[in-house]
Design a protein around this ligand. Structure first.
Ligand SMILES: Nc1ncnc2c1ncn2[C@@H]1O[C@H](COP(=O)(O)OP(=O)(O)OP(=O)(O)O)[C@@H](O)[C@H]1O
Length: 248
């Protein structure tokens, strides 16, 4: 039985009396590439913060049978929940390979980490291939184009054995080709993992989402396939200014 799913029930986050996430209930099974969309301020990033331990929340966020809410950030990471931020957080002066190696060694002690490795660990090789960075493995991460930095960050989550990936606007600022490549990458990694993509790019969502959850004012407004969500009059209303874009 597949226990790699994310099940949120009545998740709530309040900042000084302001309710940013207002009772969100949603389930994301493994292999379902879920897009989380909604207008600015809808609570998307705060919901991801709640799942990853960065925002105090009530309710329940289960990964399989394990409750995530109330745990410390590093424990949640160790349970296999990984996230990216809008700005890639890679070590710019280290090579692609070194970045992946460090991520893979997150469970190793500092002395072992300092010791030079005689060969590239299998999981690092595999991640390099998965994210398509084999050819640039010896380049410093700082010189990579924006798209490749995002892929490196995803690779770092993969070598940490992340089973759930929460990606915050992964294609923002990318070229059309980088977007298409990223979509294919998400499909590859999403087949075996639980992936939630926070996104504003509607074209990208239409091309790659298996399912969509629309947040509005901290609540789930609509959920379903791309076609179902686009046809939902409540979604069209919320996106009125950009309705043509959503409904196109
Ligand atoms: N630390 C905080 N303290 C107070 N209010 C916050 C905090 N973090 C977020 N908020 C508020 O919570 C609401 C939801 O913000 P959030 O960033 O989650 O929205 P979002 O859907 O991710 O928006 P965007 O698409 O613009 O990134 C906003 O009104 C925001 O101002």
């Amino acid at each position: 039985m597949n226990a790699d799913y994310l099940e949120l029930s009545d998740v709530r986050v309040t900042f000084d009396g302001f309710v940013a996430v207002d009772g969100v209930t949603m389930t994301v099974p493994r292999g379902d590439l879920r897009f989380l969309i909604g207008p600015n301020g809808a609570g998307k990033t705060t919901l991801v913060d709640a799942i990853t331990g960065l925002a105090p929340a009530t309710g329940s966020a289960l990964f399989g049978r394990t409750e995530l809410l109330g745990r410390k950030v590093h424990r949640i990471v160790r349970l296999g929940i990984g996230r990216t931020f809008q700005t890639a957080t890679v070590f710019e002066n280290l090579t692609v390979l070194q970045n992946l190696d460090i991520a893979a060694g997150a469970g190793r002690g500092p002395l072992t980490l300092l010791r030079r490795r005689s060969s590239v660990p299998a999981e690092v090789e595999e991640a390099l291939e998965t994210v398509g960075l084999v050819d640039v493995r010896d380049k410093p991460a700082g010189v990579l184009p924006h798209g490749q930095k995002q892929w490196l960050e995803i690779g770092m989550l993969i070598v940490q054995n992340a089973r759930v990936l929460l990606l915050d606007e992964p294609v923002a600022g990318m070229s059309a080709q980088e977007r298409a490549d990223t979509g294919e990458l998400l499909r590859r990694i999403g087949a075996e993992r639980t992936v939630v993509v926070v996104e504003h790019d509607m074209d990208f969502m239409r091309c790659f989402a298996d399912s969509v959850t629309v947040l509005h004012a901290g609540k789930v407004l609509s959920e379903g396939t791309v076609a179902q969500v686009q046809a939902d009059p409540r979604v069209q209303e919320v996106y009125l200014g950009t309705a043509a874009e959503v409904g196109a």
